[in-house]
Design a protein around this ligand. Structure first.
Ligand code: ADP
Ligand code: ADP
Length: 228
């Protein structure tokens, strides 16, 4: 599904953020990238949907180099959830969720139906929430919108960059449970970045441990816990 081959990133100032990493993420897998701040997790994620260029090595999605994809085709098939949920403040919740479906020219009826389904999926009453503005939602509710927005147009892959780190512990736990339930239903390929080992163990099928731009361990949560 996703394959990284000797992927390296050196920023313009000479920082080698990612140093020749290799891994494969299987279809439907919940894959967690973990490691201390500055170890290259976000850089790795950003290269996967071409937010930043790769310096060396190759990333493949479904056997095709990401550089060979049409950029819209690539981005529309990859949902991205940021740490700082960037909902558009002047747009309603429905409009925020509908951004990619609109770009894909879905019918208004199909969009409305999809928004209803997504809000229900994360326990927010569609009729109460669809016409609200982001500022009328709590932090945890906004984060849930950030998650379902990434799912809206049914992408094959979802990249998530510390999506819950800004939340209080209770909201975080609730959203982690939502993620586990969601993953059971939707069976998407998810690459999830965190620096929280408890979160990684709770969510992951496999964990990739990074340090100083290198991959230092790869395995199931059980394997990682046995060889700390
Ligand atoms: P993480 O997500 O694990 O915290 P990052 O991928 O954000 O790590 O950063 C990896 C390294 O690359 C860090 O040393 C960081 O300071 C550096 N870095 C990140 N973005 C840039 C950039 N745009 N220019 C230069 N260095 C960067
Ligand atoms: P994270 O929360 O993943 O660690 P950061 O706070 O390190 O992210 O980075 C936030 C933004 O700043 C990112 O877009 C990253 O590319 C950029 N950035 C990080 N480190 C540097 C750096 N040393 N020089 C320039 N930009 C950087």
């Amino acid at each position: 599904m996703i394959k990284l081959e000797n992927v390296t990133k050196t920023y313009e100032d000479g920082t080698m953020a990612v140093d020749s990493i290799n891994f494969e993420v299987q279809q439907g897998e919940f894959f967690v990238l973990i490691g201390p701040s500055g170890c290259g997790k976000t850089t790795t994620l950003k290269m996967m949907n071409r937010l930043i260029p790769i310096s060396d090595g190759t990333i493949y999605i479904d056997g095709k180099k990401i550089s060979d994809y049409n950029i819209h085709e690539l981005r529309w098939n990859i949902g991205y959830v940021l740490q700082q949920i960037a909902l558009f403040p002047h747009m309603t919740i429905e409009e925020n969720i509908a951004i990619v479906p609109e770009l894909k020219k879905w019918s208004q009826e199909k969009i409305k139906h999809r928004v209803t389904e997504l809000l229900e999926m994360v326990g927010l009453d569609p009729e109460t929430y669809r016409d609200r503005k982001p500022s009328e939602l709590s932090g945890g509710e906004q984060q849930r919108i950030g998650v379902v927005r990434a799912l809206a147009a049914d992408p094959d892959i979802i990249l998530m960059d510390e999506p819950f780190s800004a939340l209080d512990p209770i909201s975080r736990e609730k959203l982690q449970d939502d993620m586990i339930a969601l993953q059971k239903n939707i069976k998407k390929t998810i690459v999830f970045v965190t620096h929280d080992m408890q979160e990684a163990i709770k969510l992951a099928d496999r964990i990739c441990l990074m340090k100083d731009g290198k991959m230092i361990q790869l395995g199931t949560p059980e394997e990682i816990q046995q060889n700390p």
